[in-house]
Design a protein around this ligand. Structure first.
Ligand SMILES: O=C(O)CCC(=O)C(=O)O
Ligand SMILES: [Fe+2]
Length: 292
């Protein structure tokens, strides 16, 4: 069963006892979810108005802040400036938190995209491949990452409603089920996709397998129903973290969430042997990245 472990932190820059730090590291690198039920991201009275899907431009799934660029939002410049500052403040807080919890990761907390999700978590019509209501690991078709980890910090900013997830079985167990169903990449195709800029860089065998796991798990409705899983409620004011390239997760319900993604090289981990790259290489019995 995937570990769901809570810590009672109340600060975005906590000073941790060594035992709590070890718990945090073991939980997250072991493929669990670290839950901080007392760490809320506070909105100012001015910012509460952003808890509405009307700020979405209606096209993008989420509102996101990538460096200085706000995407997917609709409104007057002045309002969008305030919205961007709220998202930026969350990104900075999430970065502080990761630095305090996992000092080894600190050099890599050059933050990637921060997202704000004022839409209901489920209910929008999407293709099965994009349907995050199905259990999956995160793997992105256009962004090969060559084993780099996807660490995500989430916070439920809804004043009254839980965010609810299903959390599935351990990564290695899931991989054992689906690896035999994934074909070899077609020779020449990864290079072609990169040349055509369909992918940002060449898709490695690791990326091919991660996408294959993502797609095969989402496509298999019988697996979705029957695999070992638990329902997890993240109450209003809860923050949680996981490696979303490792934890099988699915959105069940909720609205109004902030999320920060941080990319980490496998070498930044306390235990690189726990990474999906190491697990898949053990299961396949060969290297999955090109030698360099
Ligand atoms: O909407 C959610 O709560 C989870 C969505 C998801 O799968 C993700 O952010 O990776
Ligand atoms: Fe996901």
């Amino acid at each position: 069963m995937t570990d769901i472990v809570s810590l009672g932190l109340t600060s975005w820059r906590p000073e941790l006892e060594s035992a709590a730090q070890q718990t945090a590291i073991r939980t997250i690198e072991g493929g669990g979810v670290l839950v901080l039920p007392r760490l809320s991201f506070e909105l100012s009275a001015e910012e509460v108005r952003f808890l509405s899907p009307t700020w979405s431009d209606g096209r993008a799934k989420n509102i996101s802040l990538d460096g200085a660029a706000l995407r997917g939002a609709y409104g007057l410049d002045q309002d969008l400036g305030a919205l961007a500052r709220m998202i930026e403040r969350f990104g900075a807080s999430a970065g502080d938190l990761v630095t305090a919890l996992f000092p080894r990761y600190a050099p890599y907390v050059k933050r990637a995209r921060t997202s704000f999700r004022p839409q209901p978590a489920v209910g929008r019509p999407v293709s099965w491949r994009k349907d995050d209501a199905r259990l999956h690991i995160d793997a992105f078709p256009s962004r090969p990452n060559h084993g780099e980890r996807i660490l995500r910090v989430f916070s439920n900013v809804n004043p009254v409603e839980d965010r609810v997830w299903r959390v599935g079985e351990a990564f290695a167990t899931m991989a054992q089920t689906f690896l035999p169903r994934i074909g070899k990449p077609m020779p020449g195709i990864p290079a072609l996709l990169a040349a055509l800029r369909v992918t940002k860089g060449v898709r490695s065998e690791y990326d091919h397998l991660m996408l294959g796991l993502h797609d095969n798990a989402k496509a298999d409705l019988d697996y979705q129903r029957r695999c070992e899983q638990q329902t997890v409620h993240f109450a209003p004011g809860t923050t949680w973290l996981c490696f979303s390239d490792q934890v099988m997760h699915a959105a069940v319900s909720g609205q109004h969430m902030l999320e920060q993604t941080i990319h980490l090289p496998v070498t930044a981990l306390y235990d690189p042997g726990s990474s999906p790259l190491a697990i898949l290489e053990r299961l396949c019995g060969r290297r999955l990245l090109p030698a360099h």
